[in-house]
Ligand binder design. Structure first.
Ligand SMILES: C[S@@+](CC[C@H](N)C(=O)[O-])C[C@H]1O[C@@H](n2cnc3c(N)ncnc32)[C@H](O)[C@@H]1O
Length: 450
């Protein structure tokens, strides 16, 4: 292996996070204080989660956090490359960017596969920020992009970047023209985006919501609006992809370290009562990431997201923590890892300063190098950066084909089939019918999933 290429194997030795489903958060939501049961795998995770999700929602429009979040992102200074290189989280940002590239490439490829030559491919980048993914859309050869974000300044910067891209491409020979684009400044948790599209009848092939979807778990109505925006223009077979903090992992760390935890680059401070049960919506914490993020966020209870998404015809097809997604795609993305400088070479070339890092941040690499022979340099992330990266997960939902009911409304689930399946899973019809009582969400009161 060439010296300049990262040896990604060093990751597996710091990838020791247990599976999210064993972290005890199910019990937190359900009101069981001890998480011993979940940790040891003994006993049942069945629980008495409220059937009416609206009662757990703390929605109050006047108190919404959208303006706090918008102000934070609007005032965030755009740093140049030189500044970014000096940043303590230079590699973490690149790593996260690489993960996004891999997800976007994966689902764009699947989308292109089902298309005939010359067909358009339209994308919604929900919570697009300053347009950090524009180049990914360019490389993916999409035909149209809708960019939406609550922070006006970011949307303007995104549009300016797009204009630059377009101008540059005019001088590039042999490249297809840059996709067409429209830019919306809107709170995606409160505004129906479709009504703001140039063509409200447009069909989307892919919706992407990167590092942002968790903002909508402030309340049930906000989560519903965000999912409506993700789903309603998506064509059957189209994908909704995203990245969010893993609530299970956050709660696990909170249980181990208290309501405030983190390290020198990230800090989580809970701003809600952490005594179980945690609310399904409005479970607020402040997230600070060195120089990039400092605003309120909300835990996303994943089983609730899955149930809600079903209501909008979205079926979960993939969910992986970044650590395992990395393991899955690293071979395929090896050259991109190098190009995007997504891993730090250790020991550094030329004894370069370690950007505020301490030797303990690299103990995992030293141990790895002692055990394995032949590696003089490896690619890695510092322990502190890895702790922040491994807080996140990726997800992908696919839009189902609707069935049309007698009133001409779309229905995405065959309720009889679901009922039959539950009864047979249960072996107890009475119990199953109790669970199928409808709720605000039109989902079953299903202890093991909510
Ligand atoms: C961490 S940034 C991610 C930006 C971009 N998706 C990326 O991956 O580079 C989070 C973005 O979510 C946006 N955001 C937060 N709440 C929002 C909301 N309710 N509606 C629309 N955008 C929102 C913020 O303004 C910010 O641009």
């Amino acid at each position: 292996m060439s010296e300049s290429k990262p040896d990604c194997d060093s990751f597996s030795i710091i990838n020791d996070a247990p599976s999210a489903d064993k972290s005890g958060i199910v019990e937190c939501y359900a009101g069981v204080r001890e998480n011993v049961v979940a940790k040891t795998g003994e006993g049942s995770t069945n629980s008495s989660v409220p059937s009416d999700l609206s009662t757990t929602s703390r929605y109050n429009e006047a108190q919404g956090h959208g303006s706090v979040v918008a102000t934070h992102y609007n005032t965030l200074e755009e740093k140049g490359l030189a500044e970014r290189c000096k940043s303590r989280i230079f590699y973490l940002r690149n790593f996260n960017n690489w993960i996004k590239s891999m997800i976007i490439n994966e689902y764009l490829s699947k989308t292109w596969q089902g298309k005939s030559h010359g067909s358009p491919l339209r994308v919604l980048d929900m919570c697009c920020g300053k347009g950090g993914d524009l180049l990914k859309w360019r490389r993916g050869n999409i035909t149209h992009l809708v960019c939406a974000d609550i922070a006006e300044v970011s949307v303007d910067q995104c549009q300016a970047r797009y204009n630059e891209l377009q101008n540059r491409s005019k001088n590039e020979r042999g490249f297809a023209p840059v996709f067409t684009a429209e830019f919306l400044s809107a709170d995606c948790t409160k505004v129906r985006l479709r009504e703001r599209y140039k063509d409200p009848s447009m069909e989307l092939d892919l919706v992407s919501c990167q590092f942002s979807f968790h903002y909508c778990f402030e309340s049930l109505p906000q989560a519903e609006t965000m999912l409506l925006n993700a789903a309603e223009c998506l064509r059957p077979g189209g994908y909704f992809i995203g990245t969010i903090p893993d609530a299970y992992e956050i709660v696990k760390r909170q249980q181990n370290a208290g309501d405030t935890f983190g390290n020198e680059i990230y800090k989580v401070e809970f701003q809600c009562d952490t005594e179980p049960p945690l609310p399904l919506f409005g479970a607020k914490y402040n997230f600070h990431l060195e120089g990039v993020v400092d605003c309120p966020e909300f835990l996303v209870h994943f089983p609730t997201l899955v149930k809600l998404a079903e209501k909008y015809g979205l079926q979960l097809v993939a969910k992986e923590r970044f650590d395992s997604y990395y393991e899955k795609v690293r071979e395929e993305g090896r050259s991109l890892l190098g190009k995007m400088q997504a891993l730090e070479t250790y020991p550094p070339f030329h004894e370069a300063p370690l950007l505020g890092r301490v030797p303990e941040d690299y103990e995992h690499v030293q141990q790895y190098m002692q055990k394995s022979t032949g590696h003089r340099k490896v690619g890695t992330l510092s322990e502190s950066e890895w702790k922040a990266a491994s807080l996140y997960l990726m997800f992908a939902f696919q839009k189902k084909k609707p069935k049309w009911n007698a009133e001409g409304r779309p229905e995405f689930e065959d309720r009889n089939e679901v009922a039959k399946k539950r009864m047979s899973d249960d072996g107890n019809g009475d119990n199953a019918s109790k669970r199928l009582k409808s709720t605000d969400l039109s989902v079953g009161n299903d202890g093991e999933t909510l």
